[in-house]
Design a protein around this ligand. Sequence first.
Ligand code: ADE
Length: 229
Amino acid sequence: MRIDVVSIFPTIFDALEVSLLGKARQTGLLDVRVHDLRTYTHDRHRTVDDTPYGGGAGMVMKPEPWGLALDDIAGGADPRPVIVFPSPAGERFTQATARELSQASHLVFGCGRYEGIDERVFDYAAGLGEVRLLSLGDYVLNGGEVAVMAMIEAIGRLIPGVVGNPESLVEESHEDGLLEYPSFTKPAVWREREVPPVLLSGNHGAVATWRREQQLERTRQRRPDLLAD
Ligand code: ADE
């Protein structure tokens, strides 16, 4: 999969050089290219923002650098990429979204800052690819970079070969609409706390039943909204 990221803080994405995604880049499973939006400006100050029409607090990202960046990265790309703009005003990004986007061959992420990007950029981008505005959750970050890092990690680990043992992808929170069951390792007693005896019983059926019950109980307690869905 090819992933392009456009940001005014490209070094934030240095973190993608480590761990499983770093390895996937080395082996060629992932081709990640990070672009500095300011390289698409032409003024002395490399300006990327301006005051909002109609007034109001904060600054808005200017359309011109975004237009040039998108032309360069997504213009004429075949197949047309999926172009993601992280935004607290977007649709919710879920495990299902991650699974869907993991099927794409080319993703472009545009990281907004300040009060957002001039709205016309989204319409222009729709001429170059499939545009998705996606929100990580109901809270506001200072910019799209951290949201994009999370999305790339959630999507990247679903690409076959990125996670060494594919079975570890199956029994995870949100894969079956429930939270994950609790996990334990040795020692069997630690600081007077015991591992649930069923896990030491060797009875695989009983273990499976217990884990399912734990999943349901945790989901009921922590995320009743998931059961309603
Ligand atoms: N940018 C700022 N806040 C965000 C959020 N909650 N999700 C995605 N992008 C964002």
